[in-house]
Design a protein around this ligand. Structure first.
Ligand code: NAP
Length: 343
């Protein structure tokens, strides 16, 4: 018996990646696909890459009642829109993995600061677990609502938390430079993402404070019990998927930083610490659910740490499925690619 699953926002980039993953999962079964402007069509009319058995599935409008047999719902919707669907799903007794930012913060004040909008259901914050899989597995297993982390925060928190916990890095001077492929901005049409506007170019955006800076600081502090000050500059680059974050860090005893990372993640299937001095590239994680992390020690006080993920896998749908596996006590790797597509 498989567990029936619904994906709301199935026509977007993260939703369609979830379709691909769930359809290959041994214990989950695609039962309901939800859409917004594309509702009423079949999945194959909107997502030409689907095989026939899924292409035939209808895309339901968001007010369609989801079948009782569905136990798990992924909400791959824009922030703001997701909160309502999450509330309805929880009221109907479903378990939810929300890929939006709507339940990633602990208070409505922080959400308001970061997203410049009032949250409709702040009372649900208490029951949401921030689903950074490697750091919250026990809580994820017990929860009905997982707030799946943002892509930039995932790429930053995985290397940063063990270094903060080691006590060696300066917490008031953490400088992060990140680059994302354009699928990070979703599938809806935007003028600045047109081929002519983005091809052969590189642009910083989101300053003075990108909304993911709040998420990084909040969860870096929660997992390390240290107050941190993060300066974060994201960039968009003309590639389809992939994310690279460079952390410029200062502190002491840099000769022990590689061990702090390696000891933390040695037994974690989706985080790989490269040999000291080796740096990762987006190519080597594309299509996988891995985060690869490299460190270059500059001197006794300074080091550069680089992490790479596929923004649609470990940065979104892959981590969402990893969390769903944890929620249902399956091996966390089930249905997830651990190797990159190569070349
Ligand atoms: N892209 C990434 O790399 C990434 C990474 C981490 C987290 N996320 C988060 O994941 C969520 C989905 O991102 P995405 O990139 O997949 O977005 P997307 O490609 O723009 O897809 C959005 C989906 O939501 C539906 N939708 C749009 N407006 C809606 C509304 N008002 N009510 C209900 N449904 C609506 C769309 O349906 P129609 O197509 O039918 O209109 C589509 O299925 C976002 O919250 C995003 O921040 C994205």
């Amino acid at each position: 018996m498989k567990i029936n699953v619904a994906i709301l926002g199935a026509t977007g980039y993260t939703g369609s990646e979830l379709i691909r993953l769930i359809d290959g999962h041994p214990h989950f079964s695609l039962s309901h696909l939800g859409a917004h402007s594309q509702a009423g069509k079949t999945a194959g009319e909107v997502l030409p890459g689907l095989a026939a058995h899924v292409a035939r599935m209808p895309l339901h409008a968001s007010d369609t009642v989801i079948d009782e047999s569905v136990e798990l719902i992924f909400t791959a919707l824009p922030h703001g829109a997701a909160a309502e669907s999450v509330k309805q799903a929880l009221d109907a007794g479903k378990r939810v993995v929300d890929l939006s930012a709507d339940f990633r913060h602990k208070t409505s004040e922080v959400y308001q600061d970061a997203y410049q909008q009032t949250h409709p259901y702040p009372q649900l914050f208490e029951q949401a677990v921030y689903g950074l899989s490697e750091w919250a597995a026990d809580d994820i297993a017990k929860s009905n609502l997982i707030a799946n982390p943002g892509c930039y925060p995932t790429s930053v928190l995985l290397p940063l938390i063990p270094l903060l916990q080691s006590g060696f890095i300066d917490t008031d001077r953490i400088i992060i430079d990140s680059k994302s492929g354009t699928s990070g901005a979703g599938r809806s049409a935007k003028t600045n993402l047109l081929y002519c506007e983005i091809n052969e170019g590189l642009a910083a955006y989101g300053l003075p404070r990108h909304r993911h800076a709040w998420e990084m600081e909040e969860w870096a502090e929660a997992f390390s019990s240290k107050a941190v000050n993060i300066r974060f500059v994201p960039h968009i680059i003309p590639m389809t998927r992939g994310m690279l974050s460079t952390l410029h860090l200062t502190g002491s005893n840099t000769d022990q930083w590689w061990s702090a990372l390696e000891n933390t993640y040695r037994h974690k299937p989706f985080v790989r610490i490269l040999a000291e001095g080796q740096l990762p590239s987006t190519k080597q994680v594309a299509g996988s659910n891995r985060c690869d992390i490299g460190i270059s020690i500059l001197d006794e006080q300074n080091a550069v740490v680089v992490s790479c993920i596929d923004n649609l896998l470990k940065g979104a749908s892959g981590q969402a499925l990893q969390n769903a596996n944890l929620m249902f006590n399956f091996n966390e790797t089930l249905g997830l690619p651990c190797h990159a597509q190569w070349p």
